[in-house]
Design a protein around this ligand. Structure first.
Ligand SMILES: Nc1ncnc2c1ncn2[C@@H]1O[C@H](COP(=O)(O)OP(=O)(O)OP(=O)(O)O)[C@@H](O)[C@H]1O
Ligand SMILES: [Mg+2]
Length: 257
């Protein structure tokens, strides 16, 4: 089977710090793959390489057979790679619905602001994009907060809106950097359910960085483990959990998962 996304020998350093070190793995279309590892292991940096925020010093990123390694981030987004950020990246003063519309902008020929302001050629296009956004609002059950400025929402809901902004792109590959970080138990369960539903409903490939091992083991088909920038294990949750190197590097001396 040809992989949808191939990470081939990717390395990225910052000054003297080797953040990601010759990491390779394949991601199949439609799978939920988690990346785990201790703080500073290089997880976010790797995601940043996939979305082209950083360009790696060595190696290649290949999406559907096409190398994307050195493309600009909007090009990679236009090819179908969307993401959320470890620290929420939304326009806090804007409403939920407007943040979602902005997430859609990459598909707008007339530009988001023109299509919002004018009753003209951009109008029909805007109606279609509004529908996409309405569907996401339904899907994520955020109708009640659609007019609220994002900055006024509880953290867990902001995370959900950020997922919505990424979904507005109708991505093929969705990169989620700790979507449950800093949220409570109920919000975590909601987010896990939405991730599974996105994957189920649209067949979206999902790469998830998450520290909560319970969630990772529950919803991922495969897990990649990073430590000090290097991949130290790869396999099903059960396989990874049983790897001595993983238990030592990440899970502590006794396996608690
Ligand atoms: N923009 C940057 N400039 C300098 N150093 C960086 C930068 N981004 C990451 N690093 C360094 O690269 C290493 C990997 O960081 P990264 O954020 O990728 O880890 P992480 O696995 O996502 O950690 P966490 O679980 O804390 O989010 C760390 O040593 C970090 O300090
Ligand atoms: Mg990180």
């Amino acid at each position: 089977m040809t992989a949808q996304l191939e990470i081939r020998g990717v390395s990225k350093s910052f000054g003297g710090v080797q953040a990601v070190s010759r990491v390779s793995f394949d991601v199949q279309q439609g799978e939920i793959l988690s990346i785990i590892g201790p703080n500073g292991a290089g997880k976010t940096t790797l995601l940043n390489c996939i979305s082209s925020v950083f360009h790696p010093e060595t190696g290649a990123i290949v999406l559907d057979g096409r190398e994307t390694t050195r493309l600009a981030p909007p090009r990679v987004a236009a090819l179908g790679v969307a993401r959320t950020f470890q620290n929420i990246a939304l326009f806090r003063g804007m409403t939920v619905v407007d943040n979602l519309m902005l997430g859609r902008h990459i598909h707008m020929k007339n530009g988001v602001f023109r299509s919002m302001l004018y009753w003209g050629p951009g109008r029909r296009e805007e109606v279609a994009h509004r529908q996409v956004v309405e569907d996401i609002i339904d899907f994520l059950e955020i109708e009640a907060i659609r007019k609220r400025p994002v900055g006024s929402l509880p953290y867990g809901l902001q995370k959900r809106v950020e997922l919505g902004r990424a979904l507005a792109l109708h991505p093929k590959v969705l990169l989620l950097d700790e979507p449950m970080g800093g949220t409570n138990h109920e919000e975590k369960e909601d987010m896990a359910r939405f991730i599974l539903d996105v994957n189920d409903e649209w067949g979206t490939t999902i790469i998830l960085i998450e520290h909560d091992m319970g969630v990772v083991m529950d919803i991922s088909q495969r897990v990649i483990v990073l430590d000090l920038g290097a991949k130290i294990a790869e396999g099903t949750p059960a396989e990874v959990k049983a790897t001595p190197q993983v238990i030592k590097a990440y899970l502590g001396t006794k396996a608690t998962v």
